[in-house]
Design a protein around this ligand. Structure first.
Ligand code: TEU
Ligand code: CA
Length: 555
């Protein structure tokens, strides 16, 4: 039987602190702002808060370039504010997990400043330094944020590796001293009483030995080198040591951002017998949606993407369920219809992912159906990846309008606009000037407008969370796909100890009529719906309206 744990039953909520709530009017979200909104989160039904990086940072990558792993970014507050936040979270029976960035630091971190200072500095080897090759970079790898993955250092005449921005040098996990320094830092936070971590880019910590060139596909200045910098052979040994030296000794929750790991490999990462991570974020379903807009969502492939994780880890591991985070556009703008069926599609998507087997994560603003925003020109973008991509497309001769359109559709910035608390000019996020433009649709899409309305997107999320908490079958039950080849309807069963529930979601903007089900659906057993449903006789055929979702108890 499946083991029971608090983190399996929990509902998690991700906070991007810069854009969540500003308490002092400087336009930047902060820790005291989060404290102000804890009652809101508690009322929603949140158990665990995942806080994105709040450490000191030059903000080249909004906090993911960390210059002190054991401090608090001045713009966000002080360590005393953090301690109070932790206390206030715990006082409400909730838990707090932090974002742990172990793949890289900021180039302004004292470790890197030392490392770069001379070739024989004791910390030289804490980062990845190489000589150039024929007057150019040591290899042809492309950075995940575009451009070369290498940066030349004038002072010591070598290059350092950075998989992300040039201000995020990669830590050298082959250096045992460096690893011990990280573990000490991790234990320091755990001893403070935090409840776990989300492990940033953790599948990147191991690089392929030799750092050889990646196969080059012409046309581009550098080569994508995923096989050599992500989920590389040997990464599990690093992970294992990290877990043994730190996490093992605490009752915490860990979730790894493990891009590139397949369900077949998942046992090494989350197999319960290994005591490594509790769960990982898998990106199969995120990757299905083309940023270039050439193709829409293919429901058949979506069923496979979710299904291979739902069934693939059953019996040994646990899933992390999500459809949004701070790195991807808003889901209602991707899979939904943010114009004609905004409310219906936001709630349909919620029903679809939230009731699968795993721990569900909600990204701030998702619970009110926040959408992608409007970008007029390159100055409206903040994300370092988008800006680098702009430069590259410009160089390749793409015209300005087309570039902005391309970036707007896929940019991470869509998820980083201020949280929409009310209809005011600062969205209730700030009384000052927000650091990043508020989405103009805060006039209609905001917490205040939905707060008292059980049929709003927010009201629906509350009901969804309550339902999941009330029914162990919706937490621990196994997953089985139904209506497998239906091109519009995503349907699945949850099964536990003779109980049987059915989730039905029309994920299209057209009616789905006369669906034939093997079991009769009883109106009095309808547990959740995102449209009004008239009392209906028990029957095994079903009509679903555009983006309609229903959850029935069958047994
Ligand atoms: O993202 C990691 C990340 O970008 C890769 O794991 C992944 O390979 C990429 O998304 C491919 O599409 C994390 C954070 O979530 C992100 O915000 C940071 O910018 C990044 O790490 C660097 O810390
Ligand atoms: Ca502030």
């Amino acid at each position: 039987p499946i083991s029971r744990h608090w983190w399996k039953e929990a509902v998690a909520y991700q906070i991007y602190p810069r854009s969540f709530m500003d308490s002092n009017g400087d336009g930047i979200g902060d820790l005291n702002g989060i404290i102000i909104k804890l009652d809101y989160l508690q009322e929603l039904g949140v158990d665990v808060i995942w806080l994105c990086p709040m450490y000191p940072s030059p903000n080249d990558d909004n906090g993911y370039d960390i210059s002190d792993f054991q401090g608090i970014m001045a713009e966000f507050g002080t360590m005393a504010d953090f301690d109070r936040l932790l206390e206030e979270v715990h006082a409400r029976g909730m838990k707090l997990i932090l974002d742990l960035v172990l793949n890289h630091s900021s180039d302004e971190h004292p470790w890197f400043i030392e490392s770069r200072s001379s070739k024989d500095n004791p910390r030289r080897d804490w980062y990845i330094w190489r000589d150039g090759k024929n007057g150019a970079e040591p290899n042809n790898w492309e950075s995940i944020f575009k451009g070369s993955a290498w940066e030349y250092d004038q002072g010591t005449e070598q290059y350092f590796l950075h998989l992300f921005s040039r201000k995020q040098p990669d830590l050298n996990w082959e250096n045992a001293e460096m690893r011990q320094a990280l573990y000490a830092m991790v234990r320091w936070w755990l001893d403070k009483g935090i409840d776990g971590f989300r492990l940033d880019a953790i599948s990147h910590i191991k690089k392929e030995e030799g750092l050889s060139d990646a196969p080059h596909h012409g046309g581009q200045p550098y080569a994508a080198a995923w096989d050599k910098m992500m989920n590389v052979e040997g990464v599990i040994e690093h992970l294992d040591e990290l877990c043994r030296e730190t996490f093992h000794h605490y009752d915490i929750m860990t979730v790894g951002e493990a891009n590139g790991v397949s369900p077949a490999q998942a046992e090494d990462w989350i197999g319960e017998q290994h005591h490594r991570l509790n769960m990982i974020f898998a990106f199969d379903h995120v990757a299905l949606w083309a940023e270039d807009g050439e193709t829409g969502l293919d429901l058949g492939r979506l069923k496979q993407a979710f299904g291979r994780w739902q069934t693939g880890v059953a019996g040994f591991g646990w899933n992390a369920l999500f459809v949004e985070n701070h790195d991807v556009p808003r889901i209602v703008s991707k899979w939904g219809d943010s114009e004609r069926y905004w409310q219906q599609s936001a709630t349909a998507i919620a029903s679809l992912y939230f009731l699968m087997q795993g721990t569900p994560f909600i990204y701030q603003g998702q619970e009110i159906g926040m959408t992608n925003t409007r970008f007029e020109g390159i100055d409206d973008f903040d994300c370092v990846g988008s800006r680098n991509q702009y430069a590259q497309l410009k160089q390749q001769g793409m015209d300005e309008g087309h570039i902005i359109q391309t970036l707007a559709r896929g940019s991470r910035d869509n998820a980083r606009t201020p949280m929409q608390w009310d209809a005011g000019p600062g969205a209730g996020f700030t009384r000052g000037t927000p650091w990043f433009k508020v989405n103009p649709n805060t006039e209609t899409i905001n917490v205040a407008a939905q707060q008292g309305d059980p049929d709003s997107v927010l009201g629906f999320y509350r009901r969804l969370i309550r339902l999941r908490k009330a029914e162990p079958v919706l937490v621990y039950g196994s997953y089985r796909l139904e209506l497998e080849s239906d091109p519009q309807v995503y349907a699945y069963s949850r099964l536990l100890d003779g109980q049987h529930w059915l989730v039905l979601v029309n994920l299209s903007d057209r009616p789905a009529e006369q669906r034939q089900l093997p079991w009769p659906l009883r109106h009095e057993r309808l547990a959740l719906a995102n449209y009004p449903v008239e009392p209906h006789p028990a029957g095994d055929t079903l009509d679903l309206r555009p983006f309609e979702a229903r959850v029935y108890r069958l047994n």
